[in-house]
Design a protein around this ligand. Structure first.
Ligand code: SF4
Ligand code: SF4
Length: 243
């Protein structure tokens, strides 16, 4: 008898998503933009910054297609805690690194980073917002106007398929969206969302609604605000590395 819980994404769900979801986030090699601040490795491709977590069904699909993924072995107390607290339906994994990346065999998290599906209080999928912990390290978050509509379309389609097959995943992102609203309300800051049709919004703090904005009003974060700030951060990272 299968141990898979009812209403959970199956291998078929992930295969279906991986069959079409290949659009690049943008026509820029963004890894080349953030790697100089991260010892030469793209920030999201290093388990030191983000431990990839997949559902067991996703893991089975990836494992059947490639040997570029392996079990993640915790390296310290913090990563051990993350692994120990994972639900039994999930698994922490690690790839062979950016130089050996096989685009067609990336996990769903790789294909979507730094974005997650933003769901409003009414439960509607409004579009894409971003993992705010990475504002200061991910160049894409400061250049959201360059995100391609093909990527947005495939992203939304992928999550609609996932949510249809796995209501638990929908709940996860409802909760994550609510967390983002709470965090930014505490910071008294709006946050940006790319709408399903490529329009841009800012979600106001303290439940004050959502406003349409122009691309010039999308946020930029240090050190990606100016070339001078970026060059300074790269110099500092190089000095730190040479100590
Ligand atoms: S998505 Fe962000 S963190 Fe990942 S490679 Fe691109 S700029 Fe770097
Ligand atoms: S599979 Fe590719 S995109 Fe995903 S973390 Fe590894 S190197 Fe980065």
């Amino acid at each position: 008898m299968s141990k898979r819980k009812k209403n959970q994404a199956t291998r078929g769900t992930y295969k279906k998503i991986f069959d079409f979801f290949n659009a690049p986030v943008m026509q820029v090699d963004c890894g080349a933009k953030c790697a100089p601040l991260n010892g030469g490795e793209p920030v999201c491709c290093s388990a030191d910054n983000a431990i990839p977590v997949v559902q067991m069904s996703e893991w089975k699909v990836l494992r059947s297609r490639t040997d570029m993924w392996k079990n993640f072995i915790p390296v310290d107390a913090a990563s051990r805690k993350i692994v120990e607290e994972l639900d039994t339906t999930c698994k922490a994994i690690e790839c062979n690194g950016a130089r050996n990346c096989e685009r067609d065999n990336r996990s769903l998290a790789c294909r979507t980073f730094p974005f997650f599906p933003y769901i409003d209080k009414d439960g509607d999928i409004i579009g894409l917002s971003y993992y705010w912990d990475f504002e200061d390290r991910c160049w894409v978050i400061s250049n959201m106007a360059l995100v391609e509509q093909d990527f947005v379309d495939e992203f939304i389609k992928a999550y609609e398929i996932l949510f249809e097959n796995d209501p638990g995943e929908y709940e996860v992102f409802c909760d994550h969206s609510a967390s983002m609203r709470r965090v930014f309300s505490r910071w008294k800051r709006p946050f940006a969302v790319i709408g399903r049709d490529g329009e841009y919004f800012k979600v106001m703090p303290k439940g004050a609604g959502m406003k349409k904005i122009k691309d010039k009003d999308l946020p930029k974060f240090d050190p990606f605000t100016t070339k001078k700030a970026f060059d300074k951060a790269v110099r500092e990272a190089e000095e730190e590395a040479s100590k």
